[in-house]
Design a protein around this ligand. Structure first.
Ligand code: HEM
Length: 452
């Protein structure tokens, strides 16, 4: 550190390994404790030092007015396993041009045109459940969210077996990326170990599946009007089309960014409802009154304020992102510290959203805290999608999808906790439930249209 105040080192550092033990043992609890250490605090993993930014004001500054002084950092470097230059990991000019190219497909108005496709993707899954089924809710939600991204953005409707193979591959690559970010040992990453071969294989399976979808678009371009069409039609300043490997990276990156995140929000929402029959009752009353037996359309969404508050509160208490990284590309003045170029920074939406200084009774799941008449959290205290130029491009997509999935499931099913099951949050690439099995109890039988 140069100049001004130097952020303190967090307690509990051990010789040589630094804070590796608490970080590997219970990283969510460890990061949460660090919030008591002040606006910024340093931790070490072996020889590597990381500066954790806790203050909502400094996080905002970093993501907005000072974003040009930062690159995406350690985690995103490792996420290049999905594709070298996809939007979430691209930097500088490439990021800007790609974001301009794809963003229109994710604008709020455009997203309201996806409601029917989202509904038609989710309904048949939910209609296949049988009364008394013991469901692995996390996997159900992952498949549902993946299918929604694939149907809306790629006009693709994979068979169940293919969808599961894609899901397993994404999972393997995500796990490897996180492990490599937390314990960066580049030499080990290149060795032909069994683990590394598994990661290479998973990445190959994923790329092959995505390449097949892109080929279908190339063969019959007029049949499609989606995000892949946008990428295939794009021209650079020299009127050249995007190289194949770049289209592949973008499509794979979108699939990875858009599936797991929304899926875990849905899983946590139904986990909370399973423990709170009072909230479940209110949800049922709302969806029954608004939807009746009609098919859900974009017109219904604004009429579901309680459903939306449930989604809002889940995004607060169970923010999927718990670790977001940055690296300074030049000396950066943050608060009263000047951080040298090359400083690794992290911030955590998950721990920010659970801070008692920002939210009264932060661990209480209370959707009504978002009622407009209640005092709202300070600016910068609710940022599940980040902020500034790298803010999630799929935020409107995710809000819409989560509202639809919640309403469609609630209109047909109660998901009851399996007695004795314990569910804990685990911080991997997202914060996901350790395991979440729930029993499906039918509220209504599906209409022939829904079951089709
Ligand atoms: C609840 C669901 C979601 C959450 C919580 C979430 C959260 C995030 C976060 C925290 C970032 C990184 C911000 C940063 O580095 O500062 C991000 C980036 C991104 N997300 Fe999401 N996301 C969600 C759903 C989606 C969906 C559904 C899509 C697309 C279908 C998507 C596409 C992207 C893309 C493309 C980026 C990179 C944007 C850029 O760097 O310009 N996300 N998301």
């Amino acid at each position: 550190m140069t100049g001004g105040h130097v952020p303190p080192i967090a307690p509990g550092r051990r010789p040589l390994i630094g804070h590796a033990v608490p970080l590997l043992r219970d990283r969510l609890a460890f990061l949460q404790h660090l919030r008591a250490c002040g606006p910024m605090v340093r931790i070490t993993i072996g020889p590597k030092a990381l500066t954790v930014v806790n203050s909502p004001d400094l996080i905002q500054e970093m993501l907005t007015s000072k974003s040009h002084q930062l690159s995406k950092g350690l985690l995103f470097e490792k996420l290049k396993l999905f594709g070298k230059d996809s939007l979430p990991v691209a930097e500088g000019r490439r990021h800007l041009t790609r974001r301009r190219l794809m963003q229109p497909a994710f604008h709020r108005e455009q997203v309201s045109g996806y409601v029917q496709t989202m509904r038609d993707t989710v309904e048949p899954v939910v209609a296949r459940w049988r009364d008394g089924d013991n469901l692995d809710i996390k996997t159900e939600m992952q498949l549902m969210a993946q299918n929604v991204v694939m149907s809306v953005a790629f006009s693709s409707h994979p068979e169940d077996e293919t969808a599961r193979a894609i899901l397993a591959s994404v999972d393997t690559v995500f796990k490897a990326a996180l492990r490599r970010a937390l314990l960066p040992l580049p030499v080990l990453e290149r060795l032909p170990t069994r683990h590394n071969r598994r990661v290479t294989h998973a990445s190959g399976v994923l790329h092959q599946a995505v390449a097949g979808i892109i080929t279908e678009h190339r063969v019959d371009p007029d049949a499609y009007d989606d995000v892949i069409s946008l990428l295939l039609a794009a021209r650079d300043e020299d009127d050249a089309t995007l190289p194949d490997d770049e289209v592949l990276s973008e499509v794979t990156g979108l699939l990875a960014a858009g599936s797991e995140t929304t899926a875990v929000v849905m899983a946590w929402l139904f986990h909370e409802l399973g423990r709170r029959p009072d909230l479940e009752r209110r949800l049922h009353q709302e969806v029954d009154a608004v939807l009746g037996d009609e098919p859900l359309t974009a017109v219904h969404l604004p009429q579901l304020p309680f459903t939306r508050r449930l989604v809002h509160e889940t995004m607060r208490l169970y923010s999927p992102a718990w670790l977001v990284t940055r690296q300074t590309i030049e000396p950066l003045q943050l608060g009263d510290t000047t951080l040298p170029a090359g400083t690794d920074l992290i911030w955590s939406p998950y721990t920010l959203h659970r801070d008692a200084a920002l939210y009264p009774e932060p661990l209480q799941f209370d959707p009504d805290r978002w009622l407009p008449e209640r005092p709202q959290p300070p600016k910068g205290a609710f940022i599940p999608f980040g902020s500034g130029k790298r803010q999630c491009m799929g935020d409107a997509f995710a809000w819409t999808e989560a509202t639809i999935v919640t309403a469609l499931i609630a209109s047909r099913w109660r998901l009851r906790p399996v007695p004795g099951a314990r569910t804990r949050p685990i911080g991997e690439i997202t914060v996901h439930p350790s395991s979440l099995r729930m029993r499906a109890e039918a509220r209504k039988t599906p209409t022939p249209r829904e079951a089709a």
